[in-house]
Write a new protein. Structure first.
Length: 169
């Protein structure tokens, strides 16, 4: 038995000590942590012996619920700041350039930032920045959901394939 096979089997034994009903919950909680997110949480689940589909669903769900919370919190904070600014005097009208930038951001920027963002920063940070910048919540949630599903699926399939075909576990 190689060192990697021994490590994976030991990890399986460790995870087996947690009741089966709580294993997906642990993965969901791990996925809510920035920098771990759905991708790494799914890797942990698959490496721990969970069914890859269950690990992926639990990880994506945990990550998305956290992003949902961050988006609504950021949206409320933005609304409070804008309301406070509005009570201080007349608001400056949006320029033509600002309106055009917002249209381009909504059309192309949110999908790009959401899908490529996890390569640089956590989805929670990306979603907070987008909402704070004025991007509609629904648009951010849609594209963050797509990104979470894509990255979690890719990492789950990669880990399953590596364990099955390379390690042989």
């Amino acid at each position: 038995m190689t060192a990697i096979e021994d490590l994976v089997r030991s990890f399986h034994e460790l995870v087996a000590q947690v009741p089966e009903i709580f294993q997906p919950l642990v993965i969901m909680l791990a996925a809510a942590v920035p920098f771990i997110e759905g991708e790494v949480a799914a890797l942990i689940g698959v490496a721990g012996g969970l069914n890859p589909v269950i690990a992926a669903i639990a990880a994506a769900s945990g990550n998305f619920v956290c992003v949902l919370f961050v988006v609504f919190l950021s949206s409320r904070a933005r609304t409070a700041v804008l309301d406070r600014k509005g009570s201080r005097g007349p608001a400056k009208p949006e320029s033509k350039g600002q309106r055009k930038f917002k249209r381009w951001l909504v059309r192309f920027g949110v999908p790009g930032a959401s899908i490529l963002g996890p390569l640089a920063i956590p989805t929670q940070f990306t979603s907070a920045l987008l909402v704070a910048g004025g991007t509609p919540r629904g648009w951010v949630l849609l594209w963050q959901g797509v990104a979470i599903a894509l990255w979690t699926t890719a990492s789950t399939v990669s880990m399953w394939a590596a364990l099955t075909f390379v390690v042989g576990v």
